[in-house]
Design a protein around this ligand. Structure first.
Ligand SMILES: [Zn+2]
Length: 393
């Protein structure tokens, strides 16, 4: 297999692009690789979660409608402190069947393939625009995509912004047409501290949080009982809004009445349900809780429900030309929903419909000793070229 593909992946892995680090150097490296022939590259800089980051837009082709966006994120999840690593996360290791390193599957492998596919692309033959959108900070809420989506049309100048997008997240070339939202809400109970020997002088926040959990649990059961028929195909395991008690903390010692308790609740709503409405429904139900502690009748706790931090869902737009072409070139027939979030939710806000399909394995994403099968990695360049050929030439 051509050396440049592996070289590019090795270089990309060596850049530490954990979301909390700046991706500028790595994006400049990619921009330089694409800055040839007829490509026009733009680094869109922004400060995301307090860190200077860049998204990269690389475009070529004539100013015609019905082009294609190919999208991937450059940031990775952290590796420091993650148990189980037996290799250097920032050093590509090529074994017989697999390539190891942070981001091999999620999703530097796909970006390396894009660059390699572009290298020998007969750009002069393009009849429709082809746009690479490489994003920052996807792993922390899709912040790069959120920032760039509303500006994309402007940044492309006279090139009509394509409305179809291919996102190469690791799916082992399964095709996902939709995903749920991902939402986090913080719920804080403030009680009244004191000596555990005199419980009626305080209000135990942990005890009241127990009631909170009970109320949310009842809501969970309700949602579970009403599977949405329209989503049974896309999300057969859970065709409804799902919730998860993520983390909880409270109290300072065995013999002290817990003054505070903090719950981080996460949930995922179906593409056509409003993620903020679920937060409001939770707040409404919690406002009816009897906030006395079981051990005390004298004082009440307060319950604060924070704002919903939303990574939006990606609604399905079925039957596109991209769908047919991806099915054809990958040999994948079944279209399903993704069990994870992508930049596609933010892109959908500006009228761009995405399909998720890529090399690498979902099971490898975010894992120690992350890897990608060499066969997937090498096969991908040809797939990208075929998709471009079929949709843009
Ligand atoms: Zn990813």
């Amino acid at each position: 297999m051509a050396a440049p593909l592996y070289d590019v992946l090795g270089r990309l892995i060596a850049f530490d692009t954990v979301s909390a680090q700046s991706d500028l150097a790595a994006m400049e490296y990619l921009a330089n690789l694409l800055d040839h022939q007829h490509w026009r590259t733009t680094l869109h800089r922004d400060t995301l979660a307090g860190v200077p980051q860049a998204n990269l837009i690389a475009a070529c082709g004539p100013p015609e409608p019905d082009g294609l966006i190919i999208c991937g994120h450059l940031d990775t999840v952290p590796f420091a402190g993650q148990p189980g690593w037996e290799r250097d996360p920032l050093k590509m290791e090529v074994a017989a069947d697999r390539i190891y390193g942070r981001g091999t599957s999620d999703m530097k492998g796909f970006l390396a393939q894009c660059v390699e596919a572009a290298r020998e692309l007969p750009a002069a033959r393009l009849k429709k625009p082809l746009v690479f959108v490489f994003t920052a900070s996807e792993e922390i809420g899709g912040l790069g995509a959120r920032s760039i989506a509303p500006r994309l049309a402007d940044l492309l100048g006279n090139l009509p912004c394509p409305t179809l997008c291919w996102i190469g997240e690791p799916t082992s070339y399964a095709i996902h047409a939709a995903h749920k939202s991902a939402v986090v809400v913080e719920i804080r109970v403030r009680g009244k501290g004191g000596h555990s020997g005199a419980p009626d002088r305080g209000v135990n926040a942990i005890a009241v949080m127990g009631k909170v959990i009970e109320v949310i649990g009842a809501l969970q059961e309700e949602r579970r009982a009403v599977a949405q028929p329209g989503y049974v195909d896309l999300f057969p395991e859970a065709p409804y809004d799902v919730m998860n008690f993520g983390t909880i903390s409270g109290g300072i010692a065995d013999n002290v009445i817990a003054e505070e308790c903090l719950l981080r609740l996460s949930y995922r709503t179906l593409p056509d349900s409003d993620p903020r409405a679920l937060r409001d429904e939770i707040a409404r139900r919690l406002s009816r809780i009897e906030t006395h502690d079981y051990a005390s009748r004298n004082a009440r706790a307060t319950i604060e429900v924070g704002p919903a931090k939303v990574m939006p869902a990606m609604p399905a737009r079925r039957g596109s030309t991209l769908e047919a072409v991806l099915q054809d070139v990958t040999g994948t027939v079944r279209i399903s929903g993704a069990p994870f979030c992508t930049d596609g939710g933010w892109l959908a806000h500006v009228g761009i419909s995405s399909l998720i399909c890529g090399p690498g394995e979902y099971a490898q994403a975010h894992q120690p000793n992350e890897s990608i099968p060499r066969a997937d990695f090498e096969r991908g360049v040809g797939l990208i070229r075929q998709v471009i050929e079929r949709l843009c030439c």
